[in-house]
Structures are given as structure tokens and as C-alpha cells.
Design a binder for this molecule. Structure first.
Ligand code: FPP
Length: 250
């Protein structure tokens, strides 16, 4: 992951887009359905977006599917999200593998039910050698937990004499996050009109652009993604520096 501040990427550089898929529960409620029935519709939106993303200039797509805080939801809803992850991998893994997608699950493995941990492992192993498109699913993920885990790893290495304290740099820290090796997200999208990060990619989004489309996740289409990317391209990324025209004006 590139350490910021840095030079803005070229205009046509492939993008890393990260999405907080919000609004499944409201989508269902508005239809008089139980909240959990919004999540299968959310999986349909995931399929549409994964399919369309490479043609929209996206090479890395990171989806926030289940946070470390989501365990506090009703047991039936948690079970439904677990079931859907397994169902998605079971039904789509071969297609993703054929299409050159490398799947990676971000977040803590411990705490996942054994059958979910097993399927996550299978998805990663099966697609490990792919490199056309990178799909990260944040599952049992929390930005703070991830930072704590990276800190613990560094402390353990320092105590074991494997790393010098002075060698603990931004890059060394990033490498130990569950996103280690990925570029930072260029664009973070949160659907449903809410404008919060909710513990998603806290370190990684330091220089991301944010777009908040007013659409519930189950209704999200490739056109919404295209609009968010168009908005991203209208932004001027400065990475803590000042704009060229400001510099020229002194
Ligand atoms: C947010 O909507 C959505 C979630 C917390 C779950 C997202 C999970 C999936 C779409 C299924 C996971 C499966 C795969 C394949 C990764 P919300 O329930 O918070 O909606 P609300 O804000 O309207 O209540």
C-alpha cells in the first residue's frame, strides 16, 4: 500500500474502490419484509457490481460485508449473512476463478464459525494465483481491530528481536494490516445516504475520496458506480499539498 502523501495517480490508472454496502435492512422494511430479507437482494447487487467493475476501470474492489460490531445484530440476521457468504462462494467461486478474480477476505478469522472459516479459506486458496481483478470482502472486519492486530504483530516482532523499533514505519505498519500489499482505496462509496465510515479501512482511507449516493444497496447498479467514479474524477486529490494554481499564484 502506498504511503501518503504521494503523487496523484494518472487519470486513467486502475482504481481501488471500497464500498460500504448500506441499506439492506431499510430496503426490506420499506417493502414490509423482515430486515434480513434485504441481504439476499444485497448479494444480487454484489454480483452486478463485481461483473461491471473491471469495465469501469476498477481493478480492486473492497466490500464491507460484516463488521466486528455486526455480531450484535439479531441472531437470525447474523445467521443469514453467514449463510449468504457461504452461498455466494459456493455458487460463484468457479466463475470468479475462471475470470481471473483473486478473492481475499479481510478481518479476523478467529471468531468465524468453522464452516465459514473453511469456505473463506477455500475461496482464497482457489483464486490465489489470479491477478486480473482483486475482490476483497471485509468480513468480521473492524478498522480499529485491524490496527490493533498490526500493532500486536509489530510488538511481538520487536520483542523477539526480529524488527528494530526504528524500522517501524508507515510502510511496515501497513504491511501488517489485513489489507497489506493492496493499494490504498482511491474512492470509498457508502450507499443509503448515510455519511459515516463505521470503522471501515480507517488507516487505508486517509487520502481516499468519499462519495455517498442516495440509493439503498440492493438498488445499486453499475450506473451508480459509474456516477461515483465520474464524481471521483472531478475531484482534485492533493495529498496534503496545495493545488498547482495556488502554488503558481504564490
Ligand atoms: C448493511 O445494510 C448490510 C450489511 C450489514 C450486510 C451486507 C451483507 C451482504 C450483502 C451479504 C454478505 C454476503 C456476501 C456475498 C459478501 P443494513 O442491514 O445495515 O441496512 P440498514 O442500514 O438499512 O439497516
Amino acid at each position: 500500500m502506498a504511503s501518503a502523501p504521494t503523487e496523484p495517480p494518472a487519470k486513467d490508472a486502475p482504481l481501488h474502490v471500497a464500498i460500504v454496502m448500506d441499506g439492506n435492512g431499510r430496503w426490506a422494511k420499506r417493502r414490509g419484509l423482515p430486515r434480513k430479507l434485504g441481504h439476499p437482494k444485497g448479494v444480487e447487487a454484489i454480483r452486478r457490481v463485481v461483473e461491471a467493475a473491471p469495465d469501469l476501470g476498477v481493478r480492486w474492489l473492497t466490500l464491507y460485508a460484516f463488521s466486528t460490531e455486526n455480531w450484535g445484530r439479531p441472531a437470525g440476521e447474523v445467521a443469514e449473512v453467514m449463510r449468504l457468504l457461504k452461498h455466494y462462494v459456493n455458487s460463484d467461486l468457479e466463475k470468479l476463478t475462471r475470470e481471473g478474480v483473486k478473492v481475499r477476505i479481510l478481518g479476523r478469522r478467529e471468531g468465524l464459525p468453522p464452516d465459514v472459516a473453511e469456505i473463506v479459506e477455500r475461496a482464497e486458496t482457489r483464486t490465489a494465483h489470479n491477478d486480473k481483478f482483486f475482490l476483497q470482502v471485509a468480513f468480521n472486519y473492524g478498522g480499529r481491530a485491524d490496527i490493533v492486530d498490526a500493532a500486536r504483530a509489530l510488538v511481538a516482532e520487536a520483542l523477539a528481536g526480529k524488527i528494530d523499533v526504528n524500522a517501524i514505519t508507515d510502510a511496515a505498519f501497513e504491511a501488517r494490516l489485513s489489507t497489506g500489499g493492496l493499494p490504498s482505496p482511491d474512492l470509498v462509496v457508502r450507499t443509503s445516504g448515510e455519511q459515516r465510515l463505521s470503522n471501515f479501512l480507517l488507516w487505508e482511507s486517509a487520502y481516499s475520496e468519499f462519495v455517498f449516493p442516495d440509493v439503498l444497496w440492493p438498488d445499486f447498479t453499475p450506473d451508480h458506480l459509474q456516477s461515483a467514479i465520474d464524481e471521483f474524477h472531478r475531484r482534485e486529490r492533493r495529498y496534503g499539498a496545495v493545488a498547482d494554481d495556488v502554488l503558481a499564484a504564490g
